[in-house]
Design a binder for this molecule. Structure first.
Ligand SMILES: Cc1cc2nc3c(=O)[nH]c(=O)nc-3n(C[C@H](O)[C@H](O)[C@H](O)COP(=O)(O)OP(=O)(O)OC[C@H]3O[C@@H](n4cnc5c(N)ncnc54)[C@H](O)[C@@H]3O)c2cc1C
Length: 139
């Protein structure tokens, strides 16, 4: 889970983003999570609806993620959201969202799984994420 949650930063993060997150992940001082799936987009990830609206120096995230491993205990989430540059998969960007940001909410697992682990639904309500937290180019 540490690898999944930090993989996008390893692949697409700037040197500053990598320095800010990866050493803490490697040392086990920060718990990482990967937030792609939504209630109506699982295998068809390009159908995701969580929205990130650009507002000057920030993106404003609104939407819902589900089945998120490490949800509720993570220090940060790599969140995929629709930024709208193009339809479908080409209009999606990824963001590093610190769990402490206002507007990042989680509900504990309501599921019984064969190998129990933290699993939560995440709800983003007007969660403001600075442009510098975007991974790679928009879209
Ligand atoms: C324990 C657990 C942990 C998870 N952790 C995370 C996580 O950390 N982060 C995260 O983002 N997500 C996570 N997920 C979500 C997981 O990635 C999704 O469950 C997965 O993408 C499948 O989506 P779905 O459950 O909506 O099923 P669906 O996409 O609705 O699929 C249901 C069934 O239909 C089949 N199917 C789908 N599309 C097609 C097609 N085109 N043709 C034929 N058959 C098809 C599938 O094979 C499957 O059998 C987790 C899920 C579980 C169970």
């Amino acid at each position: 889970m540490q690898g999944l949650g930090s993989g996008a930063i390893s692949l697409a993060g700037t040197p500053a983003q990598q320095a800010a997150y990866l050493p803490r992940v490697a040392r086990g001082e920060a718990i990482a999570a990967f937030a792609l799936s939504e209630p109506t987009s699982g295998s068809d990830a390009a159908a995701l609806q969580c929205a990130a609206r650009l507002d000057d120096t920030h993106y404003v995230l609104n939407g819902e993620k589900t089945w998120i491993s490490n949800g509720g205990i993570a220090d940060f989430y790599v969140v995929f959201a629709r930024t709208g540059e193009a339809p479908g998969a080409r209009g999606i960007s990824a963001f590093i969202v610190d769990a402490e940001y206002p507007g990042t909410g989680d509900s504990p697992s309501a599921w019984t799984v064969m190998a129990p682990h933290p699993l939560a639904r995440l709800v983003f309500r007007d969660c403001r994420v600075s442009v510098g937290q975007r991974l790679g180019a928009a879209g």
